[in-house]
Design a protein around this ligand. Structure first.
Ligand code: SF4
Ligand code: SF4
Length: 95
């Protein structure tokens, strides 16, 4: 289900994926239901269920949808500007 490349670059070289701040996360599971790419999963850890970023490379490059629906503001992504720079560098290296 994951994209294998983005603009000709292997997806796994592009560091764009969500991160969960567990200090804020309330384990509501909304991100798991919301992301149709399956980037998140609910896992049991130390007897508690919590959402984890299970498939980071499934995240659509430059999507931030889950940040908006997380009721706790617990999800972040890297800087778009920095990621774009990395993509440009990778493209040049390939050329
Ligand atoms: S939507 Fe936000 S608060 Fe809810 S499980 Fe996901 S990261 Fe945690
Ligand atoms: S940013 Fe979009 S594709 Fe990436 S994990 Fe969130 S909802 Fe899924």
């Amino acid at each position: 289900m994951s994209e294998e490349s983005y603009e000709g670059i292997p997806r796994n070289k592009i560091p764009w994926y969500p991160s969960i701040n567990y200090e804020k996360c309330i384990s509501c599971g909304k991100c798991v239901d919301f992301c149709h790419m399956g980037a998140f999963a609910f896992e049991e850890k130390e007897g508690k269920k919590r959402s984890v970023v299970k498939n980071p490379n499934s995240c659509v490059v430059f999507c931030r949808g889950c940040e908006d629906i997380c009721p706790a503001g617990a999800i972040t992504h890297p800087s778009e500007e920095e990621t774009q720079k990395i993509i440009e560098k990778l493209k040049k290296a390939k050329a």
